[in-house]
Design a protein around this ligand. Structure first.
Ligand SMILES: Nc1nc2c(ncn2[C@@H]2O[C@H](COP(=O)(O)OP(=O)(O)OP(=O)(O)O)[C@@H](O)[C@H]2O)c(=O)[nH]1
Ligand SMILES: [Mg+2]
Length: 238
């Protein structure tokens, strides 16, 4: 068994998964790979197995928050020292995850989050432009999240993570909102874990459909706002 697990939440990603799993094999051959197949009705699970990945399959779609918790839970239960998460749609270059994992392995932080919006180290500002309504959501979230964290955090919905065992345990607890990454940052902050936002490049989704469209994206923005409000109210009453 390897010391590192990389997991991918996946829902009907047969189109993108082969390239992502090949890239993982090429760039991070030492890592074990887990695909959390969330009620997919395509060949997601089969492709994952054919590529030698471990697979957790849910009968029906439980939603991304469950998929994320399951990935970290698997890492914690199997005693992995390090755990990475990338999307199954090809947006997260494995070479970038590798850099995040290195920082965590060196003990520079407990959690490294890949950021599209952070700058420095040769990563130019405005290199990634969210489209239409997402631009508004991103701007609001950026202002809101800085309040409970007590510091700026530019890409609070990024799913590209590298974490150590202690953080994996914290992230494995069930999520109560539709904004699991935002919830994760608040939780890590409460637990006093060191979270570093690391500039990375991300790619556009390679193929297939975004799971975050129309009504669903509005729901996410609303739950993010709700999560933050509930958090602030709770803190005021403590
Ligand atoms: N387990 C699980 N994974 C999901 C679910 N919805 C999306 N995912 C996966 O989560 C990752 C992110 O989903 P995307 O639809 O790409 O969301 P996004 O990256 O915010 O949106 P785009 O920029 O449009 O790609 C992908 O690997 C999806 O397959 C779900 O309900 N369950
Ligand atoms: Mg995506």
């Amino acid at each position: 068994m390897s010391e590192t697990l990389v997991f991918l939440p996946a829902w009907n990603e047969e189109e993108n998964l082969p390239a992502v799993l090949d890239e993982l094999q090429r760039e991070l051959p030492e890592a074990d790979v887990l695909v959390v197949d969330d009620g997919s009705i395509d060949r997601t699970a089969e492709i994952a197995r054919d590529h030698g990945a471990a697979v957790i399959s849910f009968e029906t779609n439980r939603g991304l928050p469950s998929g994320i918790a399951s990935g970290y839970e698997y890492a914690a239960q199997h005693g992995y020292a390090w755990c990475g998460r990338v999307d199954a749609d090809g947006q997260h270059p494995v070479s970038e995850l590798k850099r995040l994992l290195e920082r965590v392995r060196l003990g520079e932080c407990d959690v490294a989050v890949g950021s599209r919006f952070a700058t420095g180290d040769g990563f130019a500002p405005y290199r990634y432009k969210p489209s239409g309504p997402r631009r508004f959501g991103t701007a609001v979230l950026r202002r809101a999240i800085a309040v409970p964290l007590g510091r700026p955090f530019l890409d609070a919905t990024s799913g590209m993570y590298a974490v150590n065992a202690r953080a994996a345990e914290v992230l494995a607890r069930p999520y109560t909102t539709e904004a699991p990454e935002v919830e994760a940052l608040l939780r890590l902050n409460e637990e006093g874990l060191r979270v570093e936002e690391v500039p990375v490049d991300m790619r556009p989704r390679a193929g297939g459909e975004s799971k975050l469209q129309g009504k669903k994206s509005l729901l996410v923005v609303l739950t993010i706002a709700g999560t933050l409000l509930a958090f602030l109210r709770l803190r005021r009453h403590q």
